[in-house]
Design a protein around this ligand. Sequence first.
Ligand code: NAI
Ligand code: A1CAB
Length: 261
Amino acid sequence: MASAIIAGLIDGGHKPTTINVSDPSVEQLTRLQQQFGVLTSTDNLQAVADADVVVLAVKPQVLAQVATDLAAALQPEALVISIAAGIDCRSLSAWLGQGTAIVRCMPNTPALVNLGASGLYANPQTTAAQKVQAEAILAAVGIVVWLTDEDQLHAVTAVSGSGPAYFFLFMEAMIEVGVAQGLAPDLARSLTLQTALGASTLASNSEEGPDVLRQRVTSPNGTTEQAILSFERDDTRAVVKRAMAACAQRSVTLSEELGAK
Ligand SMILES: NC(=O)C1=CN([C@@H]2O[C@H](COP(=O)(O)OP(=O)(O)OC[C@H]3O[C@@H](n4cnc5c(N)ncnc54)[C@H](O)[C@@H]3O)[C@@H](O)[C@H]2O)C=CC1
Ligand SMILES: O=C(O)[C@@H]1CCC=N1
């Protein structure tokens, strides 16, 4: 995720040498240095020392340690943006210092192709100018929505944070079945991906909702109708509901397991 955000910032005109990337993996740092020309360090404290904005893009499991260590090195006026799933502002403030301006963000991997979707929530310590800064960083890789209730980030995670994986799963299944029905794998793949892109672009450009667009594909007594009836018989909406509930619930339990006690 950090690579996608860095790419977006540089495409948007940020000088690479204003971006300092820290990671214990020298291999990662070398890749980022060669790809983007950013400054790199294996020392998190050194990386944040002069930073006005710090993006925490580590796994939730290491966030407590990383944030606690950073507390002493952060500029007092620094904005900290965390993209970690689940970990709430209460925990981040406990680790970073109670006065810290924090924006929590749930981005997604289509940020890699500038088609990301991010939900943002700012704690009360965040100034209007810092909110503009946070929005500009994530807007460089896609659309941004602001949330007024931090708990809504669980739903954002279930919809857009994890959402790309649901569509990829659907694509995998369609390719497999296309092949089983007699198409060459590369044909099944390109037809599936173009259909996903076409459906998404059509829905994005249309005044009408996905329900109406679906009905337009579904000729009475035609082929699509049989597929949709099959999906409805298999209660596909309930399947989606259960999956997204499990996702949102994991966001809640991540916070309970890994948050500040
Ligand atoms: N992958 C996804 O689709 C999304 C991920 N997220 C969140 O983004 C965060 C990062 O996830 P990914 O980019 O997928 O993980 P990743 O594993 O690709 O990147 C994490 C990076 O953190 C580095 N790291 C490990 N320990 C460190 C430390 N002590 N100090 C500094 N860097 C350290 C790792 O070397 C690695 O390069 C997670 O908290 C996740 O919840 C949020 C939205 C979407
Ligand atoms: O699976 C995860 O925990 C992360 C957060 C959202 C997408 N990937």
